[in-house]
Structure formats: structure tokens, C-alpha cells
Design a protein around this ligand. Sequence first.
Ligand SMILES: [Zn+2]
Ligand SMILES: [Zn+2]
Length: 117
Amino acid sequence: MSRAHKIGSLLFCPDCGTLLNLPIGDEQTVVCEQCAHEEPITTRSHPDAFPSALQQKRKTQTKTHNADEVRLKVTELCPNCGHLEAYSEEKQLRSADEGSTILYTCVKCKYGWRVNN
Ligand SMILES: [Zn+2]
Ligand SMILES: [Zn+2]
């Protein structure tokens, strides 16, 4: 059994390829003007036309960011405002001989400075 080719809202006759006139109102079939083929009209929608795998894939793309996990609150005197709390972040330099640098950011005024070990 051949089925009509439906492209968008257009319907073509499966027998001769003629563009069929869509039915008006409650008509359940369209008749081809060229070959008299009768094509049943299905108005049933397809809610599951899109695979659910696509929706599941979109969910897994949500990522949690841990931007603050390397920051550590320490007691350090801010050279800018004299506040005694700062966030510290240790940066390892390329060479082990050069030691490491600790970056401080003042909790109060957000002033940043670094101390070499
Ligand atoms: Zn036809
Ligand atoms: Zn400060």
C-alpha cells in the first residue's frame, strides 16, 4: 500500500505525484484530480515524534561550577585598608626552585596583592 508524500502542509499523490488539494472541513479523504486516487487524511498529531534521547541529552549538559573552591579565607593584613581578613590562593610557579606565590584578595575592599614564599 502506497502512502502520500507529505511535505510540510502539502500533500502529493503517491500514484502520479500531483499536488493534492487539502480537504475542507470534516472530509476524511482527498481525491486526486489526475488519477482519481483516494488518499485518506490523517489529522493525528505525533507528540512522540521527537526522540526522548534528545531531551535527556540536554539535561546532562547542565554543569555545576566550583569557582570558589580554591579560595581560602585567612587572617592577613590588607596593605590597602588594614582589614585582617583576606582570601588566599596559592599559585605554583613553573620551577620548583622558585617556590610558590600566594595571591591575597582583601575581603573588605577587594584589593589584591601577592606574597612570594
Ligand atoms: Zn494521482
Ligand atoms: Zn582591604
